[in-house]
Ligand binder design. Structure first.
Ligand SMILES: CCCCCCCCCCCCC/C=C/[C@@H](O)[C@H](COP(=O)(O)O)NC(=O)CCCCCCCCCCCCCCC
Ligand SMILES: Nc1ncnc2c1ncn2[C@@H]1O[C@H](COP(=O)(O)OP(=O)(O)O)[C@@H](O)[C@H]1O
Ligand SMILES: [Ca+2]
Length: 502
């Protein structure tokens, strides 16, 4: 029997399974049970909370002499489990075998599949053979027979599955995604993430750790965490959806360089990060945005989004009211736009904190998972030393927004146009541009922008630098509980409380 502290409790919502247990001879001959003629037993598997938001599957076995009483307990506990209606029974799983350190398949088989089978969850597993395999598959599969979709991989793999699901629902509902103002249909099929990628920021920012067993347990207990999603358009063409980082300049350049170095695995981001830091390119452009007046929070808040967050709840209520009023004209279009022109080292729009193992508090520590807004972070041209000071603050407790060259706004929509595309539109000759480009390549130390940067959209590059972005409140749902406050202290478990009842 596993050692368990005295006088503790397990919420039924965190029981994973209950099974009748066959006692072997050795077990029967220990302790007080050896005097029993024929002991009967059952085992309760439950979520045990460890440090740093880590969840583990623990078990405790209860013995008694009375076979009938033992069966009654098994029956009663199984009925309690049956009452947990939000738990998934049948899941569709996509595994990217090439994500991160290429361990997706073994992580799933060794750590996740045994837990799913313990929790009586049946699965259909697809090991992807090429990029977009999962996305294309989701457009044709019979999704109604599943209680959710699980992706094993990184942020890129999550993004692929999310695009498949959202695209499928819009297609089924006859919505044209190319129309930036189209009333999109929410995605109510929950997505689970088993982290096996390079950054795993979506997983880390939604449960507080990047750990496959913890994620599997969040899926099993059937929690639901809504997430804001940004739609990205270029004029009237749909480009992508984003849930974590939409980054131009620094993070766009890192991504572009790192794609050529996939063979390095997750290390490619550190290598390309160092290179991009040294290149110190800045980009000129205009950013216009609509401030998110509906949300209660601000990006400089000291508190961060946690399980049951009241700011996200308030946005949920507002969303429900908006749905009721649907058909009435929204004033969104008439609301004020702020316009900022400048030279930027980085433009980052984040729908969540973007916490990850590299930066446990993330790019915007007070961003909310489901408040219907994104935090727009503008890092203007500054010295290399100052930019390094800014980056280092992502890894310690100091405020990364407390710099004269950094501005942060909470927004519900924004647009960006680079100076180069503005100039192109005003018909500056290409020849002149090429000469300018040549000049700068010959003098790399000058740091000026010889070309546009690229947008990094959850780890995928976008084809266009001029984009229009709109945040859709609580647009997708995850199998997750959010990040729990002091999870270790709250959770206390016991064997003796149940044992005494037997
Ligand atoms: C001096 C150290 C400074 C460290 C600063 C770390 C800030 C890290 C913030 C990371 C935010 C990540 C947002 C998430 C993005 C992901 O969606 C996306 C896709 O993920 P996937 O591959 O799992 O599919 N990932 C990415 O785009 C990768 C972002 C790259 C993060 C690495 C940054 C390293 C920077 C190193 C700078 C080195 C300066 C050294 C100076 C001497
Ligand atoms: N079988 C496959 N072969 C090649 N690429 C794939 C495959 N399956 C998925 N992908 C693509 O790989 C990209 C990166 O995957 P991801 O799991 O996020 O890993 P990483 O975190 O290392 O970038 C995603 O954009 C996804 O579309
Ligand atoms: Ca948000």
């Amino acid at each position: 029997m596993s050692p368990v502290p005295e006088n503790c409790f397990v919420p039924t919502s965190e029981i994973i399974a209950v099974e009748e247990t066959e006692l072997n001879k050795k077990q029967r001959n220990i302790g007080k049970w050896q005097k029993m003629a024929k002991p009967h037993a059952f085992t309760v598997y439950y979520v045990k909370k460890a440090r740093n938001h880590r969840w583990r599957c623990s078990d405790v076995t209860f013995w008694c002499v009375d076979e009938h009483l033992c069966n009654q307990w098994i029956q009663a506990l199984k009925e309690l489990l049956e009452m947990q209606k939000s738990r998934p029974k049948h899941l569709l799983v996509y595994i990217n075998p090439y994500g991160g350190k290429r361990q997706g398949k073994s992580i799933y088989e060794q750590k996740v599949a045994p837990l799913f089978s313990l929790a009586s969850i049946s699965t259909d597993v697809v090991i992807t053979e090429h990029a977009n395999h999962a996305k294309d598959n989701l457009l044709e599969v019979n999704i109604n027979k599943y209680d959710g979709v699980v992706c094993v991989g990184g942020d890129g793999m999550f993004s692929e599955v999310m695009h498949g699901l959202i695209g499928r629902i819009q297609k089924d509902s006859g919505i044209d995604q190319n129309n930036p103002k189209a009333p999109l249909v929410q995605c109510n099929i929950r997505i689970g993430i088993i982290p096996a990628g390079s950054t795993d920021c979506i997983c880390y920012s939604t449960i507080g750790i990047s750990d496959p067993v913890t994620s599997a347990l969040h899926i099993i207990v059937g929690d639901c965490q809504p997430l804001d999603v940004s739609s990205v358009h270029h004029n009237n063409t749909f480009l992508k959806y984003s849930v974590s980082l939409l980054g131009y300049g620094f993070y766009g350049d890192i991504l572009k360089d790192s794609e050529k170095k996939r063979w390095m695995g997750p290390m490619r981001y550190d290598y390309s990060g160092f290179k991009t830091f040294l290149s110190h390119h800045y980009y000129e452009g205009t950013i216009s945005f609509q401030p998110a007046k509906h949300t209660l929070g601000s990006p400089r808040d000291k508190d961060s989004c946690r399980t049951g967050c009241y700011i996200c709840k308030k946005s949920e209520q507002q969303l429900a009211e908006q749905h009721k009023e649907c058909g009435l004209k929204h004033e969104e279009d008439e609301e004020e736009w702020k316009v900022i022109k400048g030279k930027f080292l980085a433009i980052n729009a984040v729908n969540m904190s973007c916490a990850c193992p590299r930066s446990p508090k993330g790019l915007s520590p007070a961003a909310h998972l489901a408040d219907g807004s994104a935090d727009l972070i503008l890092v203007r041209k500054c010295s290399r030393f100052d930019f390094l000071r800014y980056l280092v603050r992502h890894t310690n407790q100091d405020d990364q927004f407390d710099f004269s060259f950094v501005d942060v706004y909470r927004v519900k929509s924004f647009q960006f146009t680079s100076k180069l595309s503005e100039d192109n539109e005003s018909n500056i000759t290409d020849i002149g541009k090429k000469r300018f480009g040549q000049f700068c390549r010959d003098h790399p130390a000058c740091c000026c922008n010889i070309a546009n940067s690229t947008w990094n959209c959850d780890g995928e590059t976008l084809d266009s630098s001029a984009i229009q972005v709109r945040v859709h409140c609580q647009f997708v749902k995850l199998f997750a509980r959010g990040i729990e406050e002091n999870s270790k202290d709250e959770a206390v478990y016991s064997q003796s409380s149940i044992e005494q009842l037997l």
